[in-house]
Design a protein around this ligand. Structure first.
Ligand code: ACO
Length: 432
């Protein structure tokens, strides 16, 4: 622990304030400003670009080095050597499970994967063409009514059960949202299948015929789930934490996270990449699209390129690119025109001075749409799949927050820029 401090000096003659600088176990130290409120001083940082909203031991990102790690494990190791259940356990409990712990955890998740039968009625209240994210938000939030025993969130056992239920049931809700859109019968979870395989089954099987899950495709999906499981204090995770800080029921908190994820600036980019690749259509059009992306007078951006935090490369993009190769190979789709366009677009952009200078690299979304499309997953389901995977991070972060000593309700301050106090004017005297 360093004894570094910074001193806040005021030009109006007030006493300086000394603030401690706290080391992080990896990454930048942070200035601890918590004592400022006692001096009647607040800081302004809309968008949280310079402000840590919490202390967390779950995920670490070094954007300059292209590093993403969970509980100290590199994301590439987890993606290639673990399965999603292990990663969920790791996020939630801090360690990779032993074989016995994994067996017990997996059994518990399987056991909770069915939803209450009356949840079907909640689905039926929605329009058939409702966006699957609207269905997911509504149904996940409604589950708080089915589990009133989840309200005592300051009890660790209650939190644990809620986390298991959410990890188990959100895939069922996501698959059923798709089935509801199609007008097909809901398919019940299969305990014999792994996490991703079961999800593919619930989404793609029908009662009329046998459905065999292709293990290569299930493994690819599992890897995508791992890559999306957690990403530190992003908008949706911060939403879950803020909602959860009040002691709200976890089903409502996760529904709030889903609502935040739904926005195009957060969970919607892979859909935009696919649309862009379809519009390009042919490698001959790539130079034109690159010029458009570089043109300052044109708002167009190369979708799937660039990241707010990763300024070297996005480690998840590397894994997804390889996964795309595996999936297209397995499905005999190596000549897929969209994949060819993507590979060539990436090659040309990475050699272009504009993209090199601005440190713009393919992000996780650049290839995930191609994999989803090859798996037969429609673009309306891209964000629901992201939400399904991110539920792992959300429940872990929610649980970490509520178990932290000195837990406080999240209550940001503001800089007021409205009217000063003024006289109330009765209706008959108001003009203009
Ligand atoms: N294509 C062309 N130029 C770009 C791109 C792009 N994809 N991304 C950034 N730039 C340029 C900007 O025009 C800007 O140029 P300037 O310095 O001359 O003004 C410079 O690079 C820096 O861009 P900013 O927008 O300031 O970078 P920021 O970190 O705020 O944005 C973002 C990151 C939003 C991801 C941006 O790169 C982008 O819009 N990418 C395309 C959309 C996308 O793929 N989003 C998914 C992100 S991954 C995720 O959310 C899971």
């Amino acid at each position: 622990m360093s004894n570094n401090t910074v001193t806040l000096n005021f030009s109006d003659g007030r006493e300086p304030i000394e603030l401690p600088v706290l080391d992080s176990s990896m990454g930048n130290p942070v200035i601890d400003i918590r004592m400022l409120a006692a001096h009647g001083i607040y800081t302004l940082d809309a968008g949280f670009t310079s402000t840590a909203s919490c202390e967390s031991g779950i995920t670490f990102i070094d954007g300059d080095e292209g590093l993403l790690s969970h509980r100290g494990y590199d994301i590439e190791d987890l993606a290639y050597k673990s399965d999603f259940i292990e990663v969920c356990y790791l996020l939630l409990y801090g360690e990779l499970p032993t074989a016995a712990q994994k067996h017990a955890f997996e059994s518990s998740i399987r056991h909770h994967s069915m939803v209450h039968d009356q949840v079907v009625n909640v689905f039926r209240g929605f329009r058939r063409d409702a966006h699957p994210m609207a269905l997911m938000i509504g149904v996940t939030g409604a589950m708080s009514a089915f589990y009133p025993d989840a309200h005592d969130v300051f009890d660790p056992a209650v939190r644990d059960l809620a986390a298991h239920r959410l990890l188990a049931k959100v895939p069922t809700v996501a698959a059923w949202a798709h089935k509801y859109n199609l007008g097909e019968p809901f398919m019940y979870p299969q305990h014999r299948l792994g996490y991703a395989a079961n999800f593919l089954y619930m989404m793609q099987a029908t009662p009329c015929e046998n459905y065999e899950v292709n293990p290569v495709l299930a493994r690819a999906l599992e890897r995508i789930f791992i890559l999306h499981a957690d990403h530190e204090q992003n908008a949706s995770t911060s939403t879950v934490r803020l909602a959860g800080s009040t002691g709200a029921t976890p089903f409502a908190c996760i529904a709030a996270g889903m609502a935040s994820l739904w926005g195009p600036l957060h969970g919607g980019a892979n859909e935009a990449v696919l649309k862009m690749l379809e519009e390009i259509g042919d490698v001959s059009k790539i130079p034109e699209i690159i010029e458009r992306a570089k043109d300052k007078t044109n708002p167009f951006r190369l979708m799937g390129f660039g990241h707010r935090i990763y300024k070297n490369f996005d480690p998840r993009a590397k894994v997804i690119r390889e996964t795309a190769h595996e999936v297209l190979n397995e499905l005999d789709m190596n000549d897929d025109p969209l994949f060819k366009v993507a590979l060539e677009l990436e090659r040309i952009a990475l050699e272009d001075e504009y993209f090199i200078e601005k440190k713009l690299y393919p992000n996780v979304d650049f290839y995930s749409g191609i994999v989803f499309r090859a798996l037969g997953i429609p673009s309306s389901m891209f964000t629901p799949l992201f939400a399904l995977a991110r539920t792992a991070g959300w429940v872990a972060q929610w649980s970490e927050m509520l178990s932290s000593p000195g837990h406080k309700i999240g209550r940001p301050r503001q800089r007021y820029i409205g009217e000063k106090m003024r006289e109330y004017v009765p209706l008959e005297k108001r003009t203009g």
